[in-house]
Structure formats: C-alpha cells, structure tokens
Design a protein around this ligand. Structure first.
Ligand SMILES: Nc1ncnc2c1ncn2[C@@H]1O[C@H](COP(=O)(O)OP(=O)(O)OP(=O)(O)O)[C@@H](O)[C@H]1O
Ligand SMILES: [Mg+2]
Length: 274
C-alpha cells in the first residue's frame, strides 16, 4: 500500500477505465469502454470470443497502448506511469506462461529475477507465493508434468512474487475440471482475504463469474453492455442467470463462442508445453 494516503486523500479505485479505445488497423477491438474496480474487489470482465477482454487487460497491464481514453491502475496512468503500474500489478496471461522444461521452483526463481524482486527477498517471497497457492508438494516437478490446475496455480504464484495490489488473470480456469477450478478460486479468495489484493479476472463462464465475482462488466464486440453486482443484474433484467442477462442485453447467446475458446485454450496448453 505504498504511495497513497499520505496526503489525506481517499485511496483511488484499483482500476479506472474511461473511454478506452483500441484499434488494430481497421478493427475497433475496444470501442470506448468505461468502468471502475474498487480496492479489494473481485471483478469479472465477461464476454464471448473477440469481445475485447484480453485487449482491455493488455492495456491495463501496459502491454498495449490505447488509441484513446484513459486508464488508471493502482492510481497510476498506464501511458505515463507504466513502470509504477507494472510494479503494482501481477498478470496471468491467457496463453500459458510457465516454462515446461523447468521445475515449478525454477519457474518461480526465474520470475522472481525478471520481475525485479531484490535477491535477499526472493526466498521469502517465493515461500509466501508457494504457500498462497499450495504448491509445496510439486516444487521439484517439471512444469510440463503438472496438471492444468497445478500449472495455473504455479502461474498465479509467479504473478504474486512482487506482492501486487492488483492481480489480473485472463481466463484463469479455462480448460480445468471442476475440482481444479474450485481450488483456483479457493486460493484467489484466500489471497484476497489475507492480502487485500484486488482481483480482475476475464471469463466467458457466466456461472463462474456469478458465483465468484463481487461485480462484473459484460463486453460484447468491443462495447461494455452491462455492469453491476450479479444478483442485481439478474433482478434488473428479471432473469434467472447471467447467461440470460447476456442474451437480454446483446440479443444473442454466448454459448458457441465459449466452447471454441475452451478448445483453443487447451490447444495452446498442449502446444506450449509439448
Ligand atoms: N494483435 C492483434 N492484431 C489484430 N487484431 C487483434 C489483435 N489482438 C486482438 N485482435 C482482435 O481484437 C478483437 C478482440 O480480441 P480479444 O483477444 O481482446 O478478445 P477476447 O474477448 O479476449 O476473446 P477470447 O475469449 O477469444 O480470448 C478480436 O476481433 C481480435 O481478433
Ligand atoms: Mg481473450
């Protein structure tokens, strides 16, 4: 919690997005979206394939410059204060990022070095991340031999080494079985309870978002079409679940895209680690 509160001003939200626009050539991938995430909140960015979820996260993690609009993360501007933003965040990308040829421990050591954790802090930081994601039993196994769920928890652990205030996760549970999915969420909830970490997660699994997110925003074709607390969104649209909220606000179903994303993500895993 460094850098805020000294002036007596209220802490800014964890994330503030205002009129964000991202273009890829002629394609408007993000069309002027605005939303906020409060400190300590678990926030879901929902939407089908191509909605612009990953593009939005790439802007918030400073990997991509927006064409228009403004985004603040942990109070810092993603364009003008990218170093401060990077020091304040963890990012678990959609494509798998662990090195399959290294052990879990070696992956953590590698990430501790490249994310600039001072040498003397690396041991304790790794121990904390291992504890937070319950990786004790698999530390000396090669990443490519881990199950999808263990691998995801290893990647989340690598993203925790710099003690981020805001943790961004792109489709963290895609391709996982229900037990592995539950364990990932259990660890994320524990992380928030113990460290107050703000969690921003993308998913196309409506049921999961409904169960685990305090608040969420629904994206479709680059636009933010709905935002709010899951139960209130259901009430507002007088429907039984978020799938129906999505259908009500977009006029189409989310199903098809979700399945394709699952298959694609699983292939990515196979390719990366094979
Ligand atoms: N580097 C790029 N160059 C060109 N077009 C891109 C690039 N990255 C994304 N796009 C396009 O921008 C749009 C939004 O893509 P994005 O990856 O943000 O969607 P998403 O919501 O994350 O979808 P998914 O559920 O498949 O991960 C898509 O039409 C995609 O094809
Ligand atoms: Mg994506």
């Amino acid at each position: 919690m460094s850098g805020h509160g000294a002036g007596g001003s209220p802490p800014p939200g964890a994330v503030l997005v205002d009129g964000l626009v991202v273009r890829f050539g002629d394609l408007l991938a993000v069309r002027g979206i605005s939303f906020g995430v409060a400190e300590g909140e678990t926030f879901g960015l929902l939407g089908p394939n191509g909605a612009g979820k990953t593009t939005t996260l790439r802007v918030l993690t400073t990997l991509l410059r927006p064409d228009d609009g403004r985004a603040l993360v942990a109070g810092y501007d993603v364009r003008r204060q990218s170093l401060e933003v990077r020091a304040s965040i963890g990012y678990v990308p959609q494509a798998l990022s662990a090195d399959g040829a290294l052990t879990a421990r070696e992956n953590l050591e590698f990430y501790a070095r490249v994310t600039g954790v001072p040498r003397r802090d690396r041991g304790p930081r790794i121990a904390d991340a291992v504890e937070a994601m319950r990786l004790e039993a698999i530390l000396d196994r090669l990443a490519r031999e881990l199950s999808g769920g263990m691998l995801r928890r290893l990647e989340i652990a690598t993203a925790l080494l710099n003690r981020p205030r805001v943790l961004f996760l792109d489709e963290p549970t895609v391709g996982l079985d229900p037990t592995a999915r539950r364990l990932v969420w259990e660890r994320l909830h524990a992380l928030r309870a113990e460290s107050g970490t703000t969690i921003v997660v993308t998913t196309h699994l409506m049921e999961e978002a409904e169960r685990h997110c305090d608040r969420l925003a629904i994206m479709d074709r680059g636009l933010l079409v709905e935002e709010g607390v899951p139960s209130l969104l259901r009430e507002r649209h007088e429907v039984a679940n978020l799938e129906e909220v999505f259908a009500a606000v977009t006029g189409h179903e989310i199903e098809e895209g979700g399945r394709i994303a699952d298959v694609r993500a699983q292939r990515r895993v196979a390719r990366r680690l094979g």
